[in-house]
Design a protein around this ligand. Sequence first.
Ligand SMILES: Cc1cc2nc3c(=O)[nH]c(=O)nc-3n(C[C@H](O)[C@H](O)[C@H](O)COP(=O)(O)OP(=O)(O)OC[C@H]3O[C@@H](n4cnc5c(N)ncnc54)[C@H](O)[C@@H]3O)c2cc1C
Length: 376
Amino acid sequence: MSTEKHVVVLGAGVTGLTSALFLAEAGYKVTVVAAHVPGDSSIEYTSPWAGAHWLPHARANEPVICDWDVQTYEHWLGIIRREEEDPTLPPSGLKQIDSYELWDKNPNYEIWYAPHVEAFRTLSASHKPISAINEKASLASADLPEIQHGAYYKAMCINVPRFLLYLQERATSLGVRVLKAHLPTHGVLSATLSGTADFVRLETGRPKPACFVNATGLGAKKLCGDDAMYPIRGQTVLVKGEARSTITRVGDGYRAYCIPRPGSGTTILGGTKEEGVWDETPDARVTEQILRLNALQVPELLTGPEWGFEVVSVQCGLRPARRGGPRVEREKVGDWEIVHAYGHAGAGYQNSVGSARLVVELVGEGVGAKGLAAKL
Ligand SMILES: Cc1cc2nc3c(=O)[nH]c(=O)nc-3n(C[C@H](O)[C@H](O)[C@H](O)COP(=O)(O)OP(=O)(O)OC[C@H]3O[C@@H](n4cnc5c(N)ncnc54)[C@H](O)[C@@H]3O)c2cc1C
């Protein structure tokens, strides 16, 4: 069913592209306008820097975000199952994988997602891989506490460069146009939206937008003056080889994780969470710590000289965090309807399906086409 309504999505990260795809599937004419698109590399474009995997950060007292995570898990599993049944489908870059969360101390929060994931079970210090990692740490005289607790379940890891292209390809196959442009951030938002509407009309001949979606990530800090936005920097190391599982170890003041990028022959090793840090230059001491901690948990990737990793690159990305949590809501800005969708911090991928479905619902309310999202 076509609504004939034109929606302009600002931003081509995982949030903007998933929203654009779902809006197109709901029958809207969609144009994406973004300074950076899949294939681009910039510190102002977070999505390509992510690991990424499905591992909830939301706590049980954040039911909306927990629900987004669950919706994404189920939707992604559907994509993976369809690809297994029909290998001629374009690859999404998603893969179901054995996932381990390991803690030096008992985590003091509820693992609310246990009933929502496949094969969940808790692990004690005598279970693998905990026993193997503790033993290695002891042999290497690593100055680390022992891991005491763990959880195993089946989740997903993502080849993020591939997944962003997949979203874009699926969206454009439904008529979504993607335009590259940097929107001015020094003016008032209503004037920026009017200018963008003119730009889109000139470039595409499409009619005046009935609604905008603001999926500009950290860019929203300047674009709409949201001072609650701040970066959480993450430094990672890309190494050769694909780890057999994802492992995320959390201890006092540190974390170590490995996330294979399916089909790429590489794995992301992390990493840091540095609040308020905008600098994109990696820290050599952090790189050394990431490699040292991960050597204990992914020995299968120690294929380089002297039992080391084969490092491909070292990089930093800025998670788009927001005090008060992600902003997914409608606003009237001058004459324009806008739905904001930004501030997903370290969970933009695993939130993406639930968040985008809410975007479609809010756009529907804004343009008077309520109910269209129900089938998605
Ligand atoms: C190291 C690291 C590891 C991570 N791991 C995970 C993980 O395992 N799982 C997970 O779910 N998430 C993870 N994340 C978080 C995830 O990457 C982000 O939440 C997500 O990428 C945010 O996507 P976005 O689309 O909201 O923003 P972005 O990807 O930053 O996209 C913003 C878009 O807006 C555009 N834009 C901004 N300002 C303007 C402007 N003025 N004019 C025009 N266009 C503009 C940009 O060009 C871009 O296209 C990780 C992040 C990092 C850094």
